[in-house]
Design a protein around this ligand. Sequence first.
Ligand code: 4AD
Ligand code: MG
Length: 497
Amino acid sequence: MTGITELNRFSDRQATLKGWVYNKRSGKAHIFIVLRDGSGLCQCIVGKDDVSDDVWLAAESLTQESSVELTGMVKADERSLGGYELHVTGIYIHQITSEYPITPKDHGVEFLMENRHLWLRSQRQWAIMRVRNEIIFAIHRFFQDRGFIQMDAPIFTGNAAEGTTTLFETAYFDEKAYLTQSGQLYGEAMAMAHGKIYTFGPTFRAEKSKTRRHLTEFWMIEPEMAFYDLEMNMNLAEQMLSYIVAEVLQKRKAELEIIGRDTTLLEQVSSPFPRISYTEAIDILTSDKTREMLEKMEGDRQAEKTALDEELKALNSEFGQAKKGRKFQIEGRTREIRARIEEIEEDFRNIPVWKKSALEKKWGDDFGGSDETILTMQFDKPLMVYGYPTAIKAFYMKRDPQNDEVAMGVDVLAPEGYGEIIGGGQREDNINLLLERIKEHDLPEEAFKWYLDLRKFGSVPHSGFGLGLERTVAWICGLKHVRETIPFPRMLGRLYP
Ligand code: 4AD
Ligand code: MG
């Protein structure tokens, strides 16, 4: 058996490909089968005059997603997908598929999500998963090459790490337990044993919001380093993101092309990233520049909608007299326009809300998704925002020694409107201050006894951060929603498939 990606070694030789029929076109003399084998696609040609009647009939019977083995001669052909074709001489059928639900026509996203187990076979979804895989490997390489030890944090935990409002509670024999929101607290213990560690595991948040950036189950990468301050932490985050993006651009170019990702801005992702304080971020959000940007956005959308409305009218009046092929085109374009108009109308509803949220922002307020979007639209690279108000950050964050109101935390916001992909900072290493924070946040002191021990036995300055894998995949692939970044997304209202 040969993989499609290995065909270059079989030029002018016989090979057998095992896979599924992705697409089929039949003519009088030839049947063209696009075969999918998991590693790629290959055009396979059955010539009526070249094969026995049995083989021709077998080819005729093939349907989308039928499972087959095709044997034939491998021929180099520049014009062909992947550069090689298979001139078929033999067909072995595993199963003829009937009524495969996902056809080449447009399906709504809800339908596709219901069929996620099958949707994963479509080319675009296939390409996204390959990019995800590349990102995962790049992250491991980055940390392993720098002496970090990968360690796993538990998934059942007795206490909250990131506030008590998004906890998934579960029974743990006679005790109450929670699914972990973050491996960080355990990461801190592990960093005191190994110096530099990272966790890479599933984390859970009972997020009741249906947004394009929230999952209830997502994967987080959390490095934690002894003797690192906030500045060193930010340098590491910057180097890591630059490395991941460079690796994907180099190794997954073909996949990014399938996804249709414009990589212009990704190519600019290299150190240094802009770094601004939370206070500066507030100034940007409330500036005239932000107001003008949003007003321009409204104007641009209005102009786009007017043009689309006119195009729709024209297509509509053409439809009656159009030939069959043209009718098909008109229907396709009409669907596209309608979908875009829906997006624009959503923007019309959103922009005033975004504007109000940004322009009325006061020191002490947290940033919402739209505020992050507005901030990142004003920078071409990932943006680091540090020094958030203590009141809106987690109990473990160290306070700025110069200013008690400011926490030494940093968020990294991905450009092109993506927003937060990293949250992190320097940790409180003084046992008395940490105890105070635990009380202020109304957390059960008993549950944190082990965590306090880390400040009792050889406490050192230390820092770390958490990178959300799915948001990173969404940004690098240029996807609107995180639901396509993970094989089987878990979100509010989605537990199947
Ligand atoms: O900012 P967060 O909540 O930070 C922490 O959990 C820290 N304990 C991390 C640390 O310092 N070790 O989450 C970190 C990242 C976010 O920036 C985001 O990328 C991702 O995790 N994230 C989510 N991704 C998808 N769906 C959700 N509901 C997410 N919540 C957080
Ligand atoms: Mg955060």
